[in-house]
Design a protein around this ligand. Structure first.
Ligand SMILES: Nc1ncnc2c1ncn2[C@@H]1O[C@H](COP(=O)(O)OP(=O)(O)OP(=O)(O)O)[C@@H](O)[C@H]1O
Ligand SMILES: [Mg+2]
Length: 394
């Protein structure tokens, strides 16, 4: 998705809404360069009116040979013939007046077509986001707390585009944890399932002021039944093309929607606490994931409330589960306090041990090599899945 360079944040938000919700905003040409270095499939750069012609010319000069498919579009408060000539000479693809938002939209479309003509169809929408599912068979162990904080940490003040999907479809509380009042939820994706496309999906997302985009759970629990496993796979797959990371918060245990999210999962955070029932259920669910061939080699054990003195220790848990922990977080009233105030701990207390731990998890997950995708036909039910679920429901 396009990247916008603008120092004026109010204007940048307006431009971003025109260009598309998942577009990215940076303040300077230097920040743009860092952004582009990490995104080989970027197809359009929009330079706000404060970027000087010299800076624009320097940029186009650098990009001319290294990124021939990338279009640079300039916005200006006034567009004179002289300015147009200078810009074209410098290699700027189009100059657009700041109040001509329709022209900007069209220009972005042309840029994408141009990129695809050079790099092959749909090259600009290459699926490259990483999907991270936070899972635990038990309720109340901290899945939502970890998902929300991990998503905010991965967004890293706008360095990465991150979507957070609330797959606790009956009782999701991601929105309330972030003090968001979503206008739309995933339930609306079910209404247009047959013809859901990326643009429609973008409109269902709610922006958090950290830059994070949230796909909220339905407002009423019964909507869950209308959200098919195939839709869940499709939603996550679409988000991959527009975001760097997609964090999925899940409901306790395996429902069929959470299982289908595993088909699209690159990395899975398995959350446990230091109590025997939880560890027993985590063990059973790992065996189920093994049977279904899901997230093998890409599971990361995290222990929450790891300082609770209840007889079990982290080494006990590791030995029962046959896995090493990648992180453990202490119990802290400040974590619950942050949730209750709608301000995740990584934002409200960045130096808190839990915030540091979450950032370390974010860094280690981001560094994991890409997985080999699990073969599962889109829209089909992977074999053995239904019988396993039925068995689980007995
Ligand atoms: N490390 C922690 N220290 C203190 N409180 C915590 C910690 N982690 C989570 N909590 C609190 O525990 C409660 C449950 O956490 P959370 O909602 O994240 O769990 P969950 O696994 O998503 O629950 P559910 O299965 O119901 O969705 C919340 O009030 C949260 O603030
Ligand atoms: Mg939860």
């Amino acid at each position: 998705m396009p990247v916008i360079v603008d120092t004026d944040t109010t204007r940048a938000v307006r431009l971003s809404a025109t260009v598309g919700h998942s577009s990215h905003v940076v303040a300077t040409v230097e920040q743009l360069q860092t952004w582009l270095d990490r995104r080989p499939n970027e197809y359009a750069v929009v330079l706000g009116p404060d970027v000087s012609m010299d800076a624009a010319a320097g940029l186009t000069n650098r990009l001319r040979l290294s990124r021939p498919g990338l279009s640079v579009i300039m916005l200006r408060t006034q567009t004179t013939t002289d300015l147009m000539a200078q810009a074209m000479y410098a290699g700027v693809r189009e100059v657009i007046a700041i109040d001509e938002m329709d022209s900007l939209r069209e220009s972005i479309e042309r840029s994408q077509q141009n990129y695809d003509a050079i790099h092959g169809p749909s090259a600009s929408a290459r699926d490259n986001g990483k999907v991270i599912t936070v899972f635990s068979p038990k309720g109340g162990v901290g899945k939502t707390t970890v998902s929300v904080n991990l998503a905010v940490a991965l967004a890293d003040n706008g360095t990465n585009r991150v979507a957070l999907v609330d797959l606790d479809l009956a009782f999701g509380d991601v929105a309330i944890t972030l003090q968001l009042i979503p206008e739309h939820t995933i339930a609306e994706a079910a209404e247009v399932e047959g013809h859901l496309d990326n643009a429609m999906l973008q409109k269902l997302l709610t922006r958090h002021d950290s830059g994070l985009m949230v796909l909220a759970a339905p407002t009423l629990p019964d909507a869950k039944d209308r959200i098919s496993p195939a839709l869940v796979r499709r939603v996550i797959a679409s988000l991959r093309s527009d975001f760097d990371y997609i964090v999925v918060d899940s409901s306790p245990g395996f429902d069929e929607q959470v299982l289908s999210a595993f088909d699209e999962t690159d990395e899975c955070i398995v959350l446990a606490t230091l109590d025997v029932p939880t560890v027993k259920n985590v063990k059973m669910s790992l065996e189920t994931l093994d049977l279904l061939n899901l997230a093998i080699g890409h599971r990361h054990l995290v222990v929450n409330r790891a300082d609770d003195e209840v007889g079990l220790t982290i080494p006990n848990v590791e030995s029962i589960l046959g896995m090493a922990t990648i992180a453990s977080f202490p119990s802290s009233v400040e974590v619950a306090n942050a949730t209750n105030h709608g301000r995740p701990i990584v934002l409200s207390k960045p130096d808190h041990p839990v915030s540091r731990g979450i950032r370390a998890v974010a860094a280690s997950i981001a560094a994991v090599e890409e997985r080999v995708p699990v073969a599962a036909g889109a829209g089909s039910e992977p074999s053995g899945r239904r019988s396993l679920l039925r068995r689980g429901k007995k």
